[in-house]
Design a protein around this ligand. Structure first.
Ligand SMILES: Cc1ncc(COP(=O)(O)O)c(C=O)c1O
Length: 380
């Protein structure tokens, strides 16, 4: 018999690994809402599970699927993206050092400075586009995590995952990658040496703006990974069963949604780059973008559905554009089937370093012509 080729991501996703419920033959897994599980007369757990804060059956199919997509030993689902990301840092000890990029998802940065630092973590910052600055902040033996986000919110700066992994490993640290915007369709960070891959499952993985969730894909279940799993159990930041069930349903269409959003984002970026009404378009898919070469190396099949447009003329001009759109919805978040526009600096608050004229676009799966016409009219 001929050997079958390894199944590709789109097939694994559409069929949710092809798993069939052993009890009923169902192609869709059942939704288990139980929080506790029985023991036999010898007091052994009858189904191998004890309590839902650690082991929730309805989270296992999406966790298995994500682990397979990312090439990880194990994936864990959390109650939000921020719960997943913070679990990584909570698994460390006071006095440990971490290196994080200057441009990253603002709420995680605020948590690191507002909570983790007072708690005892030491934090060094580097420029994700210039890894000499990472080398300068690393403290061999003391740095435990190097964190990167690529492409990074909200400028879509690209960090070289393989180079960051090799610097982190040389210093004895693990590399964590917020891969929310790249998605497993475009980038598999573990292939480039990452140890931990984080997703705000709220975004592309679920894709329908109706589940708040987070995920970590762990390359190996080593001591740090076990500690992270313990943090989820001890802190209780696990995803609910219905959210896990909905997430798996959303993930079945991930490949199609991401391919469409990325193709449309590229079309929008190409249409408005060089337009005299626009100061600049930030998108790693544009050949002139500073991150393009690295993006080409580590992203396949597209450059993601996120881009930003700097309109020039400060906050007033940006506000004028957001007031004029009709197809794009004025809302925060990203990765859903509907396109969103937001004035990022207002959302990030007073500590924001984001330019006042920057509009962040999350491109959905609508007809590209409608989105382009909407922006064209709004730009005036
Ligand atoms: C890149 C990135 N990482 C993490 C998060 C946090 O995810 P959540 O809102 O599910 O906590 C977000 C949310 O916007 C994000 O955009």
């Amino acid at each position: 018999m001929r050997n079958r080729p390894e199944l590709r991501s789109a097939t694994l996703l559409a069929q949710a690994l092809g798993e069939i419920d052993a009890q009923t033959g169902a192609l869709v897994p059942p939704l288990h809402t139980a929080t506790t599980f029985a023991r036999d007369t010898d007091y052994k757990p009858m189904g191998g599970r004890v309590y839902a804060r650690d082991e929730m059956p309805s989270l296992e199919p999406p966790e298995r699927l994500l682990a397979r997509l990312e090439g990880a030993e194990r994936a864990l689902l959390f109650s939000s993206g921020i719960a997943a990301a913070t679990a990584v840092f909570q698994a460390l000890a006071p006095g440990d050092h971490v290196a994080v990029p200057r441009v990253m998802y603002y709420a995680l940065k605020n948590w690191l400075h507002g909570f983790a630092r007072p708690w005892g973590l030491e934090i060094g910052e580097f420029d994700g586009t210039d890894l000499a600055t990472l080398e300068a902040v690393l403290r061999p033996g003391k740095t435990k995590i190097v964190w990167i986000e690529t492409p990074a919110n909200p400028t879509w700066a690209v960090t070289d995952i393989a180079a960051a992994a090799s610097l982190a490993h040389r210093a004895g640290a693990q590399l964590g990658v917020d891969s929310t915007c790249a998605t497993p369709i475009h980038t598999r960070p573990i292939e480039f040496g990452a140890d931990i891959v984080m997703h705000a499952a709220t975004k592309y993985l679920n894709g329908h703006s109706d589940v708040l969730g987070g995920a970590l894909a762990l390359a190996r279940m080593d001591a740090l990974a076990e500690r992270i799993k313990y943090v989820r159990y001890a802190g209780g930041a696990i995803l609910g069963p219905f959210e896990g069930w909905l997430l798996l349903r959303g993930m079945r269409t991930l490949a199609l949604r991401v391919e469409r959003a990325s193709a449309t984002a590229l079309a929008i970026a190409e249409r408005f780059a060089g337009d005299r009404r626009v100061l600049s378009v930030l998108y790693p898919g544009l050949p002139g973008d500073p991150g393009h070469a690295v993006a080409r190396k580590q992203m396949q099949g597209g450059f993601g559905g996120m881009l930003s447009i700097r309109v020039g003329g400060g906050e007033t001009a940006a506000a004028r554009v957001t007031a004029q759109v009709e197809v794009f919805k004025r809302a925060t978040s990203l990765g859903g089937v509907e396109s969103l526009i937001e004035h990022r600096r207002l959302v990030e608050g007073p500590s924001s370093a984001t330019p006042a004229d920057l509009l962040r676009l999350s491109v959905g799966i609508e007809d590209p012509a409608d989105l382009i016409a909407d922006l064209d009219i709004a730009l005036g």
